[in-house]
Design a protein around this ligand. Sequence first.
Ligand SMILES: [Zn+2]
Length: 268
Amino acid sequence: MNNKINKIKLDSMSLEIGETTREIECPSCGAKDGGFVVTRLEEGLVYVCHHASCGYKGFTPSLGFSYQKKRDSLFKSREYPNPLGRIPANMSRVLVQRYSLEPSVVSSERFKWDSHRKRLVMPIFDLEGRECGLVAKDMSGGESTLPKSITYWYNDVIKLHFPLANGELFDKTTVYVVEDILSAVRIAKEGVPSVAMLGSHLREDQIALLAKNFYSAVFAFDPDATHKAIGYANKFHLAFKGGISTVHLPDDPKDMGEDELKGWLNEV
Ligand SMILES: [Zn+2]
């Protein structure tokens, strides 16, 4: 298959029908400043690069069946393909240095390691702490041809991750909505309830679950998705009794230093 189109398809895996993303790199000119736009339609993906010097565009069909059906059929076979083990010492050091995650937190969140693919494997927990899937994050430093992060679901649940570190925090009334598991764990660890969207798309069933369990929400998306956070906040504001606020972060929460994250949480 055409490599460029293959890349667009892989990068757009999480797009729902009718959704548009500007977060994908143009496979033709390499721009990743939002100039490359991909929309998923029932029939396939429409893509266009708005850089005048590039202009790469086209349409690639779903293979004769709708994307949702394709995803449902994938869903059934999503067992993780490799054996999982303990996080090796060198990776443990990386997690402390890069994400300020001590081994005790890593172990209480039940992170594991895929030595074959060099992936950090993080279980996805629902609101009640039941494991309902996992995310395998590439830590190889770019050797892999697979997507950087792959999500596996064991069953058909509302797709959100609640860190176990949230524990007794759930009687607090505001939840911080972030994109990825590491960011959610970092925030929960500071005594603030958090949830990971596992991407930067929010659906109505996800909002409904959050609004039922929390008085208000703070959308703390990664810096490149602030515009998206504002859009969602406007759209879903009335769902929460206490409304939704958005924050513009200097960095992804997972990449902030310990003091920086603490300082930022105190400010909000
Ligand atoms: Zn381009």
